[in-house]
Design a protein around this ligand. Structure first.
Ligand code: DX5
Ligand code: ZN
Length: 214
């Protein structure tokens, strides 16, 4: 079964607690939390204290997507509240060292690439990754349109991981809905991130079950 990591970026934070119960009931696998600094991406979201209070109210593993400049500066703080911790290849940190540090701190490591970054650029880092996140929109905002070019990158990363004999999750983030999710799964995605599609659903539990059954 494909895993689902709903992104709370477009959620109403004051009603998030009820939503977390629905997510638990419907078998959500991870909770995707988008951290933006207004520098690496042109938007600001939230940081460690907000994630900490979300974590205190749920047993769902926390999947943190850092969209911040030079993320190595904050890995220690975020590792305390994350189960999966990911950062951008393009963000100006030593990639191998940051991935190693994440694992050393007891988190699962995730390397994330923007739409313009090629799959080949990160092949050398795959042995240090528990997950690779392929962005299917320019990072920074929810509710954007899915970029189909991202599927080819998923296929390439999947093939290269197999070639290197590495097992890792491949996550996709941006514009995932009933039409695009099956394409992503077919290409080899094992973890779907979905923000606006899940949070605008009339029946959230039904929508989660439908996606997971793909
Ligand atoms: C965008 C974020 C996404 C966003 C996805 O930079 O990384 O996680 O919340 O939102 P949708 O699913 O609406 O594209
Ligand atoms: Zn994200």
């Amino acid at each position: 079964m494909v895993k689902l990591s709903p992104s709370v970026l477009t959620a109403d934070f004051l009603t998030l607690k009820d939503m977390l119960k629905k997510f638990e009931n419907s078998g959500v696998d991870m909770l995707h939390l988008d951290v933006m600094d207004g520098i690496f991406v042109p938007n600001i979201s939230f940081g460690v204290p907000v994630i900490k209070s979300v974590k205190a109210h749920t047993s769902i593993p926390i999947d943190v997507h850092l969209m911040i400049d030079r993320p190595h500066r904050y890995i220690k703080e975020f590792a305390e509240v994350a189960d999966w911790l990911g950062f951008h290849y393009e963000a100006g940190s030593d990639v191998a060292q940051t991935l190693k540090e994440i694992r050393k701190l007891g988190c699962k490591s995730c390397l994330t690439i923007k739409p313009k970054t090629t799959a080949e650029e990160i092949f050398e880092f795959l042995p240090l990754c528990d997950m690779v996140l392929v962005m299917s929109v320019e990072p920074g905002f929810g509710g954007q349109k899915f970029m189909p070019e991202s599927l080819d990158k998923v296929r390439k990363i999947k093939a290269e991981a197999k070639r290197q004999g590495i097992e890792l999750e491949i996550q996709i983030d941006g514009g995932i809905n009933a039409e695009t999710a099956p394409l992503a799964v077919e290409a080899g995605v094992t973890v779907l991130v979905a923000g606006s599609y899940v949070f605008s659903a009339e029946d959230v539990e039904k929508t989660v079950r439908e996606i997971k059954a793909l």
